[in-house]
Design a protein around this ligand. Structure first.
Ligand SMILES: [Zn+2]
Ligand SMILES: [Zn+2]
Length: 237
């Protein structure tokens, strides 16, 4: 339940959760507020479905697809669950998560509701936490350097957003929307400075080049690394 003093809306165009105020337009995509439903209506109309990536990782999506539907990922480590990013839909049918680690502030989803209901801790880079669209969301830890947590490695590369962070767990890479599909091909996300996005892509390349990665988890895809890598390395110069 959302307490009576807290209001929350979900934009059906993009899936962004708007916390504690009712703006005329969606702060993320600019759609008018006729496109908003309440978070409670959202939990009634949509559910969160899970699909297996490997033995320790599941992909989470809203179902039916919601707005610019994006995937979040649940990693199971030592009987705890740690999420990378968060679905737009709030569901009470999921196993409790210990932490939600964000790649950046574009897909915050219903993280504040999960945080309250499951007492999860929400982590994001400090610079991305300061963006105006994130100001009403709650963050427990605002990091500003690379870190390692229960075997998950976090690397800050900046670029697409000032605090963009990618993660590696075992042989799986989590890059959210640093690359997006344009037609048949990948391109570097054009939102953000072209120069710093390329610089971040070089950092990403230099970190993963000697790693034994097998799978790449993106915001709307899961791909075999050897296929993804060919395209990604061609984009970086
Ligand atoms: Zn929107
Ligand atoms: Zn983004």
């Amino acid at each position: 339940m959302i307490s009576s003093e807290e209001e929350q809306y979900v934009c059906l165009r993009c899936g962004f959760n708007i916390v504690n105020y009712y703006p005329k337009v969606c702060p993320f995509c600019g759609a008018s507020n006729e496109n908003f439903i309440t978070a409670e209506e959202c939990s009634q109309k949509y559910k969160v479905v899970s699909s297996k990536v490997n033995d320790k990782i599941n992909r989470l999506n809203s179902y039916p697809a919601l707005g610019l539907e994006h995937s979040a990922y649940c990693i199971e480590i030592e009987n705890k669950k740690i999420w990378i990013d968060c679905p737009s839909t709030f569901s009470k049918n999921l196993d409790p998560m210990d932490k939600i680690l964000f790649t950046h502030h574009h897909f915050l989803g219903a993280s504040n509701l999960y945080r309250g209901y499951y007492t999860a801790f929400v982590w994001i880079h400090k610079k991305d936490s300061e963006h105006f669209i994130a100001r009403m969301h709650h963050f427990d830890k605002k990091f500003n350097q690379d870190f390692r947590l229960s075997g998950i490695e976090a690397y800050i590369i900046d670029g697409h957003t000032p605090g963009f962070t990618f993660y590696i767990f075992g042989d799986v890479l989590f890059v959210c929307d640093y690359l997006i599909q344009s037609g048949k091909n990948f391109i570097l996300n054009p939102y953000g400075s072209t120069e710093s996005t390329m610089e971040g892509a070089r950092k990403l390349r230099d970190i993963i080049i000697n790693r034994d990665i097998k799978i790449v988890c993106g915001f709307n895809y899961v791909k075999k690394y050897y296929i993804w890598k060919k395209e990604f390395f061609n984009l970086v110069h």
